[in-house]
Design a protein around this ligand. Structure first.
Ligand code: 5AD
Ligand code: SF4
Length: 489
């Protein structure tokens, strides 16, 4: 049994550089402090298995960064003795690892909180925690303090290594614990990890973002750019290789900035090259900002056969006027120059993108320029969004003069445009044999497998194999979002 829940609120934020604040604070979050140390994770022995047998349910929203944080969170909870369950109604602890990127991510998390409130009314012993990007938002934490006093703890993105202590404190004291560092602190190595699968792994190479695109909340929720030391990254990948991992994704909000804060002559290109030489069969990276994409990176991707010929290159808008308002640091012309260079130098490269429609001030002509770029680039995949104003971002202060109806029309038109190229590109693979990493059994037909090609295309296929293998598959037919195939004999 947990102790009975009381509704006291105690704020235990440990802040670096200031003793005034104890809640997320955007002014602090905007500051960039280039000094940090690397420290090693540890946990007090008394906490190990303290909650043996208790069940936890962890729900992850948002990007790969959050997915990977959740792999750390799971491992820490399991050190405490918790066992994972996929049924939140039967769990002792529910933790939401949240996302702030657009309003609908918020709405999903708040919707889940509505269900949890009911659950907690029938089971007051249930412990509920919030972490991830929403925990870094001033407005969200204020609302939790005022209207969600039944939530047991809130933990920010900069201190997930403190989870065992925050959770233990919340249970022991019955207080609402809120520990959010407004600014990033030291870089913590050796946080335990429970990877979601045994053949594909995320590897963080850089945390945070200093680009401050005007629409984006990430520089506030994830802090300044901090690269992990190359030795720490290479050691992690060496271990993954020894464990038989087939694919690693080098991860960061802006991986192209890797190394700038640590080294004068070592960046993503050099890191990719060293990783490629280690011999992991597949290496990829995300997410890239076009501004930091160097020729060295392109050359390395082209040279090494184990670097996947797949690049995610967010466009955001095809209008230089809107790109300037977005603070993207490139123009339509310089983006296209980079795009052409990639296509020319990297054989059979697949390029995907992100595009926002309905940014404040986007006219019909601006939008048409986006369509033009989409028609020119013929992307292999595109994630398209309606602009969503985010708290405290500069764009949120701009006059939003595009009606929702118009934004929806533009999104529809854009999707129609990009989708036809997905199919066109996939059709080119019909009849060809492609390398596929087998990822699981297909949901629709249980005797079929699904996996990803070397260009990161989803393929469903038949034949004899096992999950985690890399096999040759003949593409039998192409669809808009996937391929069908059969294993080559
Ligand atoms: N509104 C809409 N889309 C956004 N993105 C980031 N911030 C916003 C916002 N405020 C999109 C961008 C980014 C992707 C991860 O999410 O396209 O590349
Ligand atoms: Fe969402 Fe961005 Fe946070 Fe990822 S980093 S969870 S996309 S807000």
């Amino acid at each position: 049994m947990w102790k009975k829940i009381s509704f006291n609120v105690k704020i235990t934020s440990v802040l670096r550089g200031s003793d005034k604040m104890n809640l997320p604070n955007y002014k602090e979050a905007m500051k960039r402090n280039k000094k940090y140390d690397t420290v090693t994770y540890s946990i007090d022995k008394e906490l190990l298995n303290k909650y043996s047998g208790k069940k936890y349910f962890l729900k992850t929203y948002g990007c790969q960064m959050n997915e990977h944080d959740s792999e750390n969170i799971k491992a820490m909870l399991e050190e405490l003795g918790f066992i994972e369950t996929d049924d939140y109604e039967k769990s002792d602890l529910v933790l939401l690892n949240t996302c702030s990127i657009r309003e609908n991510a918020h709405n999903k998390a708040f919707g889940m909180l509505g269900r949890l409130k009911h659950l907690k009314e029938s089971n007051p012993d249930l412990i509920v925690g919030i972490c991830g990007c929403m925990a870094q938002e001033e407005g969200v934490v204020k609302s939790i303090l005022n209207d969600y006093k039944w939530i047991n703890f809130v933990m920010g993105t900069h201190n997930i290594y403190r989870l065992p202590y925050i959770l233990d404190q919340a249970i022991e004291t019955n207080n609402q614990e809120i520990e959010v560092f407004s600014k990033e602190g030291d870089l913590v190595e050796s946080i335990p990890v429970k990877r979601d699968n045994g053949f594909k792994a995320w590897v963080n190479i850089i945390y945070g973002c200093d680009k401050f695109c005007t629409y984006c909340i990430v520089p506030y929720t994830r802090g300044g750019e901090r690269s992990r030391k190359k030795e720490d990254i290479l050691n992690e990948i060496k271990t993954l290789k020894e464990l038989g991992y087939k694919e690693v994704t080098l991860l960061g909000q802006n991986v192209n900035a890797y190394g700038k804060d640590l080294y004068s002559d070592y960046g993503l290109g050099e890191l990719l090259e060293e990783v490629a030489k280690m011999g992991i069969p597949r290496i990829t990276f995300m997410t890239s900002h076009p501004w930091d994409f160097t020729d060295k990176m392109i050359d390395v991707i082209a040279k090494y056969p184990n670097i996947m010929p797949y690049i995610h290159l967010p466009l955001q808008s095809g209008s230089s006027k809107i790109l300037k308002l977005m603070g993207r640091r490139y123009t339509k012309e310089s983006y296209l120059e980079l795009f052409d260079k990639m296509k020319k130098k990297i054989p059979n490269v697949s390029i995907s993108t992100d595009i926002i429609v309905g940014f404040p001030g986007e006219t019909e002509e601006d939008f048409n320029e986006t369509l033009e770029v989409a028609n020119y680039c013929k992307y292999d995949n595109a994630f398209t969004f309606i602009y969503s104003p985010r708290e405290n971002t500069p764009a949120a202060k701009l006059k939003d003069d595009v009606s929702l109806e118009e934004k929806e029309r533009r999104l529809y038109l854009l999707n129609d445009t990009v989708n036809k190229y997905f199919l066109e590109n996939n059709k080119k693979l019909e009849g060809k044999a492609v390398d596929v990493l087998v990822c699981g059994l297909s949901e629709k037909k249980k005797d079929n497998y699904y996996g990803y090609t070397f260009n990161n295309k989803l393929i469903n296929f038949t034949g004899n194999t096992k999950i985690g293998d890399i096999v040759k598959v003949k593409v039998t037919s192409a669809k808009t979002w996937s391929l069908d195939g059969e294993i080559c004999e």
